[in-house]
Ligand binder design. Structure first.
Ligand code: ADP
Ligand code: MG
Length: 711
């Protein structure tokens, strides 16, 4: 009876072990515990065979006893292994570093296994167990082993087992994780109790009860401890999962980006507050519905299509710009990334999108402002430049007009080469001062040279700034050539008018003495007949002086414009006399060739005089080597006359002919460039026309057409 009962008890650890390995995660610990349960089972069978005298022969019992002793002996290394697994697989890393835990290592386990196998082997020999003998106790007969002379090995093994239990206990109470700690403490306590009971087994009297009870308690305790550990772990995992979920939820709701997920049907499976509020609703309301249920517009179709593609083709789509119309009908701009992911309910798409509307609006405003300023600068009537490292990095089109170089040429030129040699040091000094931050803003004047080598006057302004992260000068160039020249002319004409006034005064002063000289000379002449020839010469010379002085007066005094009929030939002859001296110096003869039928012309005598003087002077100045000037006048189209002044001078190159009537255009060192312009104005005032024909090195012809009557 005892045998059957005890054998039945051995099924308890076996069942519990199988339950454990079947129900729970199959890891090293579960596996080690399962083995351990099998060993307990084997131990219990070992005890039970001692009671099977009625069922088996003694020889068989002897064999079975020695065989199942495996369970008893192997418990020690199995426990050590469990402690090792618990330490290495379940605890936090810093615990492993303690001395105790370092004590339990693979070498020790292997050693203990080998030792246990040795003990088990000894058990098979007569040195371990001699034989089994029967004893009578508690109304039953049991067989009991007679230990041999090498039984010390088994005893030593039991002692080592006690030490391992002790060490494992110390380690287990040091474990940080409370669930594992409790499990191991329970496990080892049960172990210790079993160990105690096992020792009692050695006493022949209580073997039956003690072994059965201890196996039951032991295996149940381990089982309960294990189940408890698993249950607590699962609960703890659940709690932390929930915490993590709440935490993640908080993060995605706090995020200002749109976060949402959808399945293939387009149902929203996840949405954050930002996304929901763009639709003017709550997350709860949004989840489970489609975006189309809230708002349908053309802009969203492309986006929804993309989202389907992400799921269907399992690919990531990122967009730098995507429009989104919110519940209030406002267009928002999103930068988005859409990725596919798998869930237990199927494939889904997760979208994370940043609202970039503000940035986009700002960018557009910036672009607009930039283009406004750019066109302002490009069309500015002053030259605008940016200088960096002593070179232009930007010039506007007006700069190229000022200098006559193209924008590209200017950008590739050394700045100083745009200025006259004397001004280059000034330019270089100012630029370097500004770039070195010694001067924040500056304005000065300098003389520049255009591409056609003509001189220009410039007013230069510059302020320091940074351009593309480096120090730079930004500023403008004003072409002040006309202003400078006008100032010069004003100065000159001031001088001229003073000279004119003086001349007029002097002429007056000369006229009176001349009248008395002439009077006295005539008086003297009437009194004597000698030296008539001298008197005549003196009188004619006096007449000439008188004439020149009168002409002086006419030219010098500002006159009221007054059109009167005048004889052109006479005017011209007078002018010829006036210019004769200069003509003779230049070895030039002036021939006047007038059609006698030319009538009187309505004109302003002084202006016409000025006209002839300017034209004849130019002709004389053009003939450095002397020659002839012919002045012709003839009728032209009934009501007009044509006057031609033909010289044999140096001529004017074709490209310069168009510039002749511009003010200040001169090729002479002391010229003003005003002569021809004044002529033009005079002709204009007379409703006439002036043209110039010229051939280089052959001569120039000035044609003047004047109406006979002034209207
Ligand atoms: P200026 O005599 O002070 O130079 P003008 O207006 O009288 O100014 O003349 C402008 C320019 O036209 C002169 O510098 C000269 O180059 C050219 N020019 C005018 N007339 C003649 C001419 N008869 N022959 C050659 N060149 C002339
Ligand atoms: Mg002139």
């Amino acid at each position: 009876m005892s045998f059957i009962l005890m054998l039945a008890i051995s099924a308890v650890p076996l069942t519990l072990g199988i339950t454990m390995i079947c129900l729970f995660e199959k890891n090293r610990l579960t596996f080690a515990l399962f083995i351990y349960m099998l060993l307990i089972c084997s131990w219990q069978i070992d005890m039970s065979v001692l009671f099977s005298e009625r069922f088996f022969q003694v020889k068989t019992i002897d064999f079975l006893f020695r065989l199942f002793r495996f369970g008893t002996i192997m418990q020690a290394p199995a426990l050590l292994y469990i402690a090792y697994v618990a330490l290495n697989d379940l605890t936090l890393p810093h615990i492993r570093k303690s001395i105790w835990s370092r004590l339990i290592n693979k070498h020790l386990i292997v050693f203990l296994y080998l030792w246990s196998l040795f003990v088990y082997a000894v058990n098979w020999s007569h040195k371990g167990i001699v034989n089994l003998y029967s004893i009578h106790t508690m109304n039953t007969t049991i067989l009991y082993p007679l230990y041999g002379e090498w039984n010390w090995a088994f005893k030593l093994h039991l002692m080592a087992f006690a030490v391992i239990i002790g060490i494992s206990f110390i380690i287990s109470i040091k474990i940080y994780n409370s669930i594992i700690r409790t499990f191991l403490i329970l496990f080892i306590t049960a172990m210790a109790i079993t160990y105690g009971v096992g020792i009692l087994n050695l006493s022949k009297n209580i073997i039956v009860i003690s072994s059965g009870i201890s196996v039951m308690i032991h295996s149940l305790a381990i089982f309960v401890a294990f189940i408890r550990m698993q249950a607590l772990t699962i609960r703890k995992i659940n709690v932390s999962l929930k915490e993590q979920k709440d935490f993640l939820r908080q993060i995605i709701d706090m995020s200002p980006t749109f976060i949402y997920a959808k399945n293939l049907d387009g149902d929203i499976t996840l949405a954050n507050v930002t996304f929901a509020s763009a639709y003017g609703t709550t997350v709860k309301d949004l989840v489970g519905k489609k975006e189309e249920d809230f708002c349908l517009n053309k802009e969203m179709t492309e986006r929804l299509f993309d989202e389907k593609l992400v799921i269907l083709f399992n690919k990531t789509i990122s967009k730098s710009e995507e429009s989104f119309i919110d519940s209030q009908g406002r267009t928002r701009w999103l930068q988005s990334i859409k990725i596919p992911f798998h869930t237990s309910t199927g494939k889904q798409m997760l979208c994370v999108a940043t609202d970039i509307t503000t940035r986009k609006v700002a960018e557009e405003a910036l672009k607009e402002a930039e283009s406004k300023y750019r066109s302002l600068v490009e069309k500015a009537p002053v030259g605008v430049y940016i200088i960096q490292e002593a070179r232009f990095v930007y010039v506007n089109p007006r700069m190229s007009e000022i200098f006559g170089y193209t924008v590209e040429e200017l950008l590739n030129m050394e700045i100083k080469n745009l200025f006259v040699t004397e001004d280059r040091p000034l330019i270089e000094k100012n630029i370097s001062k500004q770039l070195n931050n010694q001067l924040s803003s500056i304005s000065y004047q300098a003389r520049g040279i255009k591409k056609d080598q003509s001189l220009i006057y410039l007013e230069i302004h510059g302020s320091t700034t940074t351009y593309e992260g480096k120090p730079a000068i930004i500023g403008m160039y004003l072409d002040i050539t006309e202003r400078v020249k006008t100032e010069e002319i004003i100065r000159k004409s001031d001088k001229l008018s003073v000279v004119g006034e003086l001349a007029a005064g002097v002429a007056h002063e000369i006229r009176n003495p001349l009248t008395s000289l002439k009077g006295f000379l005539q008086l003297l002449q009437s009194k004597t007949n000698d030296n008539k020839i001298y008197f005549d010469i003196m009188l004619s010379e006096l007449d000439r002086i008188n004439f020149i002085v009168n002409e002086f007066l006419v030219l010098a005094k500002p006159q009221i414009i007054n059109f009167q009929k005048k004889d052109l030939l006479k005017i011209l002859q007078n002018i010829t006399i006036l210019l004769n001296t200069q003509a003779i110096i230049n070895n030039v003869q002036i021939h006047v060739d007038f059609d006698p039928s030319i009538p009187l012309i309505e004109c302003e005598e002084n202006l016409i005089k000025q006209l002839f003087i300017n034209i004849l002077k130019n002709a004389i100045e053009a003939m450095a080597n002397g020659g002839e000037i012919r002045v012709q006048a003839m009728k032209y189209q009934n009501d007009r006359i044509l006057i031609r002044c033909i010289d044999q001078g140096c001529g004017i190159p074709e490209e310069r002919q168009i510039k002749l009537f511009e003010p200040f255009y001169t090729t002479k060192e002391k010229g003003t460039g005003l002569g021809l312009m004044v002529c033009y104005k005079i002709i204009e005032a007379h409703n006439g026309k002036i043209t110039i024909e010229s051939k280089i090195n052959e001569g120039t012809t000035v044609n003047i057409i004047l109406p006979i009557k002034h209207h």
